[in-house]
Design a protein around this ligand. Structure first.
Ligand code: TLP
Length: 355
């Protein structure tokens, strides 16, 4: 089905990108040292660059976004606290219950229709100070919001929530795995999307295209503590300047082009929603597209077990297109810079011919 002329169209995630030649060169030439002693100059440069871009005091490099979020939670909260999150958030659903396992925390999910919490909902979920109630240790937002199709939180909404947490003296964390997508979609510099949070995690290995790594940005004192917790969680790395070098290239080369991925996602959404049996409930605001596969897509043979999304994904795979089944009806497609030519056209062909 695929060969050099027709490479696989991998829409499972923006984590699937391969390092660019410039990244490979930077990796080969990176100056390194032992980062547990704070002696890796490339990592230091990456941490300074990240902090500057987000206009926060300091930053720390971590192996993954999950570790970045979990280190932040651990620094913010004592065991027994609750963490207010949107019900489909990555922190609650896709981090292996780490907040409970590593930090003794309980998620307090807010159920929303479109994935975006209101300030009133956040306020209602923060516990009042009563002796028989757990304390709320943290509120965590996610921008862009992965599982609702990469939706972008508007900054006026963010500011309203920040007013609530500031008044209640509750810390506020941002899972900004895709904060550069959010900023591009909002048309603001990234530091505006990061402003007003006590800590922000962002990933170099998603839309920015680095092979490994995430950053946690916060105040100087917070990052000193985060360094200890990172070590405790097994994330102290040694000559990791080798991979951090690719992160620096990602920040230099891939920030300004990221909205191209949003255009591709919208084009894909426009064409997909023309196919009978494929619905796009949230028009893409960034590089993630969620679609719903209805019975109408199955022209002849509706699968008996009803797992429409898996059958849809299997049919696409046979045609050289990879996508991710999220549940029995929903399929996720994510755009990125490593898609081959005519990825949209080929995806639509596969969706049409696979029926
Ligand atoms: N998301 C991955 C999967 O885990 C679903 C993906 O392919 O989208 N926060 C958000 C909002 C994320 O989407 C992810 C990764 C993370 C945190 C965790 O990052 P990693 O995978 O580096 O631990």
């Amino acid at each position: 089905m695929t060969n050099d002329k027709h490479p696989i169209v991998d829409l499972r995630s923006d984590t699937v990108t391969k390092p660019t030649p410039r990244m490979r060169r930077a990796m080969a030439e990176a100056e390194v040292g032992d980062d547990v002693y704070g002696e890796d100059p490339t990592i230091r440069r990456l941490e300074e660059t990240a902090a500057e871009m987000l206009k926060m005091e300091a930053a720390i490099y971590l192996p993954s976004g999950t570790m970045g979020n979990q280190v932040a939670l651990h620094v913010h909260c004592r065991p027994g606290r609750e963490v207010v999150v949107e019900a489909r958030s990555h922190i609650m659903n896709y981090e292996m219950a780490a907040m409970a396992a590593l930090s003794g925390l309980l998620p307090n999910p807010v159920y929303t229709e479109g994935g975006i919490m209101t300030a009133e909902q956040v306020e209602a979920s923060c516990r009042p100070d009563i002796y028989y109630l757990a304390r709320t240790g943290l509120v965590a937002l996610e921008n862009t919001h992965n599982m609702v199709g990469g939706r972008v939180m508007q900054l006026d909404r963010v500011r309203e929530i920040q007013d609530v947490t500031r008044r209640a003296r509750i810390a506020l964390h941002l899972d900004g795995a895709r904060i550069f997508n959010a900023a591009a979609s909002l048309g603001v510099p990234v530091h505006e999307a990061a402003a007003g949070f006590d800590s922000v995690m962002f990933c170099l290995s998603k839309g920015l295209g680095a092979p490994v790594g995430s950053m946690l940005c916060a105040s100087k004192g917070f990052i000193v503590e985060a360094r200890r917790v990172r070590k405790m969680f097994g994330g102290g790395m040694r000559q990791a300047g080798i991979i951090a070098a690719a992160g620096l290239v990602a920040l230099e080369d891939h920030v300004d082009r990221i909205s191209e991925d949003h255009d591709t996602a919208r084009k894909l959404a426009d064409e997909l929603s023309e196919v009978p049996g494929v619905e796009v409930p949230f028009y893409p605001e960034s590089n993630i597209l969620m679609c719903r596969i209805t019975d109408q897509w199955f022209q002849k043979d509706l699968p008996e077990d009803g797992d429409a999304a898996s059958v849809f994904v299997d049919r696409l795979r046979e045609r050289g297109i990879l996508a991710l089944a999220i549940n029995s009806r929903q399929v996720r497609m994510v755009t990125h810079f490593d898609l081959p030519e005519n990825a949209v056209g080929r995806t639509i062909n596969a969706v049409t011919s696979g029926r």
